[in-house]
Design a protein around this ligand. Sequence first.
Ligand SMILES: O=C(O)CCC(=O)C(=O)O
Ligand SMILES: [Fe+2]
Length: 348
Amino acid sequence: MKSQTQTFNHLLPLDFDNVSTLPDSHAWSTTALPSDDPCHCTIDDRKPLLPVIDIGEPGAYDLVRHACEKWGAFQVINHGVPLSLFRETEFQTRRLFSLPMERKLLVARQPSETIGYGSARISPFFPKLMWSEGFGIMGSPVEHARQLWPQEHAKFCEVMEQWQAEMKTLCDKILGIMLASLGLTHEEDMQWFQPINGCVRTQCLLQLNSYPVCPDPDRAMGLAPHTDTSVITLLNQGNINGLQVYKDGAGWVSVEPIEGALVVNVGDLMQIVSNGRFKSVLHRAVVNNARHRVSTAFFYGPPWDVEVSPLRKLVDSDHPPLYRPVIWKEYLEIKKKIFNEALESVRL
Ligand SMILES: O=C(O)CCC(=O)C(=O)O
Ligand SMILES: [Fe+2]
C-alpha cells in the first residue's frame, strides 16, 4: 500500500493552488538546498556568466566549441526564431498549466510514458518531491489538447507544432555548428544526421515545465540536478530567473534570462559522440515566491534505433574511445534505472 502511494505521488504533482505552506514531502534537506549557495536567485559578480553566442557571427564556431568544452551549455541569440512565436508559446504554456487540476489529470502521463501531464520524470530518483509540473509532447498534441479544451484546442496545437518545427530546424543548425567546430562534417562523420529529402531523421520531445509560486522557495526544489539524455536541448526559460548550471570551479551559476535567447544544453549523447570533448551539463531549476515561472525544453536526438558511439575522427592512439557504442533506446533504459550514473556506466 505504502509503495503504491509513493508511486502515485511521483507521477502526479501537488495541486499547488491549494497549498499555502511547504509540505514535508517537498521540503528538501539543507545539503540539497538551492540556498546553500550564494548564487541562488541573484547574479553574483564573482561568478562567471554563461556565454551568450550570436550564431550569425563568423567567430561563432570557436565560441561554440569553447562553451561546449568548458560549460556544456551556452545561450544562443540571432537564431531567427520570431519573438512573436516565443510569446505565443509561453502564452499557450501558461494557459495549459492554469487549468484546474481535474482537467489536467484527464491527460495524466502513464508511468512508462513521456507524453502527458505529470511530475518531473526524474522524481523517483530523489527522496523529496519537486515544486513543479510538466507536460510532454511528441509530434501533434491534438489527442491530449482535445481532452483539455474540447472546443478550443486548435490554437494550442498550432503553436506547439510550429514551436517544435522551429526548434528542430535550429537544432539541426546548431548541431552542424558544433560538429564543424570540431572539424567534422555531418555527412561523413555522423551518419544518422544526414538529411533525407532535406530533413534530418530525429526523435524529439517537447517538455513544458511549470514552477508555481512557492511559499518557501529556500527549502524547495523546482527541478533537481540532472543532465539531459538528448544530443542537445534547446531551452526557452522565459524572463524569470530559475535555471542554474553547474560549472567546475564556480559551483551553481544562475543563467540570466535574455529576451528571445535560447539556452543550448549539451546532452549525454553529445558527450559520447564527441568522445568526452563536449560535456553534458549538470543543471537544475530553483523556484521563487513571487512569480509563476514556465519554461519549454526541446530534447533533440536520433531515432531510437540508432547506435551512438564516439565519432571515428575524434579517436586515435592519443585519444582512445571513452565510451562503448550504445543504442539510444538502450541508453534511455539505463538512464531510467541508474539516472545520473548512466554516462559513467557506458564508459570504457
Ligand atoms: O526549467 C528550466 O529552467 C530547466 C528545465 C530542464 O532542465 C528540463 O526540462 O530538462
Ligand atoms: Fe534539463
